[in-house]
Write a protein that binds this ligand. Structure first.
Ligand code: GUN
Length: 281
């Protein structure tokens, strides 16, 4: 059985340090603030947003959730963003994705002031990342890099495979590992013979969004396996993209679901909100 990468424990440790920093900033009259814009009633989004709110409260970050109706027009949402771009109270703006179909997601992300884009989804911030000079970094891949650091997992010269090509996880994850000198392949649902490719990986990051998709046939003995999945099984239980019970027998390191990547994503969001507050003051 491989070693567990305990995201919950690392997140708690980092959040404790951030709490100290927030109290030091308070002495200088700075209180980091994060506003979350939540459109509609998507149940997964509700859970994310609730967890973000709890973490902010624990650290001492001012946090506001602006709940907007599913029927809000694109222009109204853009006006909200313009308002928070100007606000001195909020240093971070997060628009919870996915948005309803009638709203153009790219237009919305482009409207956020890149300095307040604590999610790192603005094309300008993604551009900085892709030229190798990151400013704001998407929080899930960023949190995974912190896990590698904390567990002394060296990427230099390693074969890394990312399953999933989203703008918010797969692509930035590949780039961050490339910056640490890994040889990176991005695979996805259309990749031919995915198990054979995945089996070449020293580092396997799975973000495909299908419960228990990765079985032991995908994993080289001694690999590091990172599970970004957040799926519900038929009983409503939270499960990852990786079949943990069998894969953990082969892997050297593995993240669980829950208590793996999820808490680190939220931690990096808080971290970037504090960084934004320091820069904007
Ligand atoms: N939807 C799922 N994950 C995320 C996230 O990290 N940020 C935002 N804004 N939306 C999401």
């Amino acid at each position: 059985m491989g070693q567990l990468i305990n995201g919950r424990e690392l997140a708690d440790k980092m959040q404790e340090e951030m709490k100290q920093e927030v109290s030091q900033l308070a002495e200088k009259g700075i209180r980091p603030g994060l506003v979350v814009l939540l459109v509609g009633e998507n149940p997964a989004s509700q859970t994310y947003v609730k967890n973000k709110d709890l973490a902010a409260a624990k650290i001492g970050i001012l946090s506001k959730v602006e709940r907007l109706p599913e029927t809000i027009s694109e222009d109204e949402l853009l006006e909200k963003i313009a308002f928070y771009n100007k606000s001195e109270e909020f240093h971070g703006i997060l628009v919870q994705l996915p948005l309803p179909g009638h709203i153009d997601e790219e237009k919305v992300l482009l409207a956020i002031d890149p300095k307040k884009d604590v999610d790192g989804f603005h094309p300008m911030n993604l551009g900085h990342l892709f030229v190798g000079n990151p400013t704001m970094i998407p929080c899930t891949p960023y949190g995974i890099m912190k896990m590698f650091e904390a567990y002394d997992i060296d990427l230099d010269g390693k074969r890394a495979v990312v399953i999933g090509r989203s703008n918010i996880v797969g692509k930035p994850m590949a780039q961050l590992m490339l910056m640490k000198n890994a040889t990176v392949t991005i695979a996805h649902s259309r990749t031919k013979d995915l198990p054979a490719l995945a089996k070449e990986a020293d580092i396997l990051v799975v973000a495909i969004g299908r419960g228990h998709f990765v079985t032991k046939e995908f994993v080289k003995p001694g690999a590091v396996v990172i599970d970004v999945g957040m799926n519900r099984d038929e009983n409503g239980k939270l499960i990852g993209d990786v079949k943990f019970d069998e894969v953990s027998e082969l892997a050297e390191y593995i993240t669980p679901v829950p208590k793996g990547v999820g808490p680190m994503t939220i931690t990096m969001l808080m971290y970037q909100t504090i960084e934004a507050a320091k820069k904007l003051k």
